[in-house]
Every structure is written in structure tokens, then in C-alpha cells.
Design a protein around this ligand. Sequence first.
Ligand code: GCO
Ligand code: MN
Ligand code: MN
Length: 391
Amino acid sequence: MTKSPGLYEPKKEHKFSFGLWTVGNRGRDPFGDFVREALPPDDIVALLGEVGAWGVNFHDNDLVPIDATVGERNRIVASFRKACERHHVVVPMATVNAFFDPVFRDGAYTSNDPAVRAYALQKVLRAMDLGAELGAKIFVVWSGRDGVETDACRDPLEAIKRYREALNYMARYSADRGYGYKFALEAKPNEPRANIYFPTTGHYLAFINTLDDHERFGVNPEVAHEHMAGLNCTHALALAWDAGKLFHLDLNDQMAGCYDQDFRFGSYNLKSAFFVVKFLEDVGYQGSRHFDAHAYRTEDYEGVKDFARGCMRTYLILKEKARLWKQDKQIQQILREIGTPGAVSPEARSFSRAHAAKLLQHAFDRGALAKKRLPYERLDQLTVDLLLGAH
Ligand code: GCO
Ligand code: MN
Ligand code: MN
């Protein structure tokens, strides 16, 4: 990697975090086995400290094997805590793995088997205990397999009801234990199921209003998941932000219409990554900048460091580009032309009988309105110039 000015060096204040499962990803896919040795959690923390990350997140079983005894669990946690302290890495978020074990082959919280649903819940409660013990304040819920290949297997209304009951239970447990978790619900349209019940961030934003402690629930939009659904991630972020529900996010990249790729942030669609970063910086998002991605299968662990550094570096470059975008005279001139902020019609802004009467009487010059120049081609090219360093 080329020398970078200090501007692009990650600092703790940037709140860059990675999951144990991201930099620890060993490159197995449906067609090929592991290509990297397993890296123990404490070593992953060392790697994250070395590349300058702020936080580490984990699923329960990224840290503690599913069949560990209580004694083993406690030893692992104590050692991990020390590794975090030694490498100045914090634990902002925790989550649960309710998808890997064969017991979850038909989902966790929506499974048709009440014993599986109860086991999933037990696993969540323990994962919440684990996260809280290490300081996590956000609990991400990505249930993975709560979906179907065939709707013949389950009434979707029943699935939604079961899902709601599980989330209500989690929130009550967190309150009872005084954990103070904020729950960030992560949508994904498909993979590993053909259809997942909550496919987009928008679906979750609607559903959250039906939960008992709905103020404890927000969303965890993921760039790749919105792109898999053919959607615009910046719009999902905006909707979540507007609702006060942007509790966490997963930054990565993804080709539309492809399998779940989890590419390095900004590696595929730089322009959409730019608008994601610009949005987060414009609104002053204060949460984790979490990268849920992994290195190419061709890499060794040195390459994994390149991958992690690349995610953060690209974010910081795009942050700087967003600052320059706002200062660019030509861009700002076009924004003024198209925005005409002074020309707001009060009668169209808020309803009153008088406003409506005035609006109904107004004669609009449709022809003139339709002819007003909208130089978006130029605006977009100026953006591209800026991103390519040609301005
Ligand atoms: C995926 C998901 C996961 C979740 C993680 C956190 O596509 O596999 O994005 O990586 O984010 O399980 O709960
Ligand atoms: Mn994902
Ligand atoms: Mn994710």
C-alpha cells in the first residue's frame, strides 16, 4: 500500500470496528475448504490493534465454542478481556450465532419446533450475558435462517408472531439484568434461506413499531444486503436515521444480483460507498463504523491486514472527499440552482384551510417548471471528477 498522509490513518475516534468473524474469516466457501489457519480470538484482537481499529465485535461462538464448559468459557473470556486491554480495543457490540449449528436448519426464533425456539432464546440470553460482561452496549440480531424455501412449511403470520415474541423476550431480559442494550435488527433478503422474513431495513423499521419496548430497537443496515435486494443503501440509512433508529451499521461491498460477497468496503461500487460515507458524516452519526466483510480467499493473514486497513482507509478518503465536495464551488453553485431554498411555497408546506384554498387557486406554469434546467449530468461528473482526483 502506498504511503498515506496522516489524514487517512485510522484513529480511535473514527470508531472503526470489525467482527471476529470478519478478519478471522478463513476463506471457506461452498466450493472450497479453509485457506487460512484458524486465528485464536486473542490474536485477532492483536491484529486489530496493529491495524488501528477501535473495536471488536463477536458472535457468542466466535469467542466461546458452542460446547465449552463454564470453566472453559470463563477462562476464554478472562483472556480475551486482557487481550482487549493490552491492544486497546473495545467491545462495542455483541451478537449471537443462531444459524450455524444444524439445530437451526429451519431457523431459530421462527422454527416450527418450540424446543428449538426455546434453545435459540437461551443462546441469545447467554450471548447477551457474554457481551455485557465485555462491555457491549449494542446487540445485533441477524437471525440468519429465519426464512423459508417453501411457504408450505409455515404461515408467515405465525413466523412474524414468533419473531416478535422472541424480540420482546430479549428486551425484557436486558432490562431485568440492567444491561441497557440497544438492539439493532439486521435485514437480509436471502442467503442462507431462499427468502428471509425480514428482507430489508425498511421491513424492520415498520415491524419495530409492533414491539413492546420499541424504543430499545433500531436497525443495523448492511451495504451488501441492501444491494443484494437491488436497493440503495444510503436511502435505507436515511430512513433509519430519520426514524432515530440507526443504532449500528455493517459496511462492506457487493455486486448487485450476486451471491453474498462481503467485499472490502468501497471495493466494488465506490460512488455508492461515497454517498454512504457522505451521509453518515453529514448527519453526524456517532455509532460504530463496523466492517462486516472479509478478505479475498486468495489472501494470507498479511493480506487480511491489507483488507482491514483498506476498509478504514477508503472510509477516510471518502470522508475527505465528502468534505471537499461540500467546498467545491462548481458543485455548490449547481446545488444552489437546483435547490432554490428561498422559493418554498408556504401554502404547500403545511396544511391549513387557508393554505389549501390558496394552493387550489394558484395557477402553475407547468411549461416553465418542466423546462427548468436540472444539470445532474454535470453535477454527477463533477462528483466523479472529485472521486477520481481529476477536479
Ligand atoms: C451475513 C451477515 C452477518 C451478520 C452477523 C451479525 O450476511 O452473514 O451480515 O455477518 O452481520 O451475523 O449478526
Ligand atoms: Mn452480510
Ligand atoms: Mn452483517
